[in-house]
Design a protein around this ligand. Structure first.
Ligand code: 5GP
Ligand code: ZN
Length: 142
């Protein structure tokens, strides 16, 4: 199957077999392997084989394949590690911590009391700001 690739992309090189990986799952369109620098052992990455820089570039036609891969690999990550929970993380652009610019999903096994802190939450200073932002987004989606 033909895949689109970026010659400078490390994940494209893994997809092409030019760089080794601890492979977990592969279909015609998706690949999953373990992250080389895991949050904890068993942390897996799921990605479309085609090179798409961010989630927003991934065609919706790949959605079903990706969701199926995430479900299957997620279950395997939990069973293999004995995890009690599972987080799905997905970073887009450097400001959000994206290091590899080939869209991918992190599956991180979780254990109660493992101490991993995900994010801190806040509140809206101006009560109207939430409604204003929601309307702006809704208008963009019309
Ligand atoms: P990002 O920060 O872009 O969402 O995540 C990229 C992830 O890819 C990082 O967690 C990093 O450890 C992992 N990674 C980077 N290079 C390699 C590699 O060559 N092999 C594997 N297995 N993982 C990699
Ligand atoms: Zn790539």
């Amino acid at each position: 199957m033909m895949t689109t690739r970026d010659p400078d992309c490390i994940f494209c090189k893994i997809v092409a077999g030019e760089i080794p990986c601890a492979k977990v799952y592969e279909t015609g369109t998706c690949l999953a392997f373990l992250d080389i620098a895991p949050v904890s052992a068993g942390h897996a990455l799921v990605l479309p084989k085609d090179h798409h820089p961010t989630l927003m570039d991934v065609p919706a036609s790949l959605g079903g394949d990706l969701l199926e891969a995430l479900g299957k690999v997620g279950r395997a990550v939990m069973e293999a590690t004995g995890a009690e929970g599972l987080n799905l993380f997905q970073n887009n652009y450097e400001a959000a911590g994206q290091l590899v610019h080939h869209a991918h999903f992190h599956l991180v096994p979780r254990f109660s009391g493992d101490g991993l802190r995900l994010w801190t939450q806040s509140s809206y200073d101006d009560p109207d700001e939430m409604q204003r932002l929601a309307k702006k987004m809704a208008d963009l989606l019309k």
